[in-house]
Design a protein. Structure first.
Length: 296
């Protein structure tokens, strides 16, 4: 990318802004290990930053290396995950720790291919770990980045539905050649979307790329692309009942009989469906004594 192209101007403005405006999130500290970055990426997949911070700190203090986590049963990972939501991530993180120990001598692999082969690591997470833990120049595109690019570059209020090829190509157009700048731009574009160019109330008055933002220049036209599917209701959902069961299993250090779980405020058929799905997902084990977290 030529140094003075519109793309390079946009990326250098984001990088300069990020140098001052970055939130001091603990996994961004210079001394954190690749393992600590990997743990943060697992936790951040579906959970807000403010809820992740204390859980991440406790996790890294207890399990500072993959080997430390791999040495404990998966039930301890699920218990420590507590109420971060989508607890299969705890099982996957435990499994990934075991794989890192068995296949990589306890060191997080530094390449996207090696990362992708770990349990629970998808294309986004692999690129995020490669970029933020190892400084490798790869495009990292999350929801926030997609929104910033849609507005600032494509001039539309919302991004089109996700497309890995299109999203990565759009980010590649903006990504500086230099590894250090690319890392800062990946992180800065995400941060801009999370804190300034937010979905509901973009704060254009403090935005570092307001002067070149295509959506702003066009007078903020309404989005007329494909509609996003509505988010499913949580209250009364199977997901809520799964959460209630998991709370009981985390608190109990022995099997919980089905009759005891029957005390939960949920219809019996829904409870049975939740229990069956937890067993299928590997989050619960069922035997003659009842249900418990997985020990191996
Ligand atoms: S000027 Fe406004 S809409 Fe454009 S990128 Fe900045 S915050 Fe988003």
């Amino acid at each position: 990318m030529p140094r003075s192209s519109p793309a390079s101007t946009l990326s250098s403005r984001v990088i300069d802004w990020f140098a001052d405006a970055a939130r001091p999130l603990p996994w961004r500290a210079a001394e954190v290990s690749p393992w600590a970055v990997l743990v943060s990426e697992f936790m951040l997949q579906q959970t807000q930053v403010s809820r992740v911070v204390p859980r991440w700190e406790a996790w890294i203090e207890r399990w500072p290396t993959p080997a430390a986590l791999a040495a404990e049963p998966p039930s301890e990972a699920v218990r420590a995950w507590d109420r971060l939501g989508y607890p299969r991530r705890a099982l996957w993180l435990h499994r990934a720790a075991v794989e890192i120990v068995e296949r990589h001598g306890g060191e997080v692999p530094a390449d996207v291919e090696g990362l992708l082969a770990l349990q629970g690591v998808g294309p986004y997470t692999a690129r995020a770990i490669a970029a933020f833990a190892f400084g490798i120049r790869v495009p990292v595109v999350d929801t926030n980045t997609r929104r910033v690019i849609a507005r600032a570059v494509a001039g539309q209020a919302e991004p089109w539905p996700p497309s890995t090829t299109r999203d990565l190509a759009a980010m590649n157009e903006l990504l500086p050649r230099d590894d250090i700048e690319a890392r800062a731009f990946n992180a800065g574009a995400m941060e801009l979307g999370a804190t300034v160019c937010t979905a509901r109330a973009p704060r254009c008055e403090v935005c570092p790329i307001a002067a070149s933002c295509a959506w702003r220049a066009a007078g903020f036209p309404a989005y007329d692309g494909p509609k996003k599917s509505a988010q499913a209701r949580f209250d009364g959902s199977d997901r809520q009942v799964r959460g209630m069961v998991m709370r009981e299993l985390r608190a109990a250090h022995r099997p919980v009989p089905r009759t005891a779980l029957g005390m939960l405020q949920a219809p019996a058929t829904q409870l049975d469906r939740a229990l069956a799905s937890l067993v299928v997902d590997g989050l619960a084990v069922h035997d003659t004594d009842g249900y418990r977290l997985p020990e191996a």
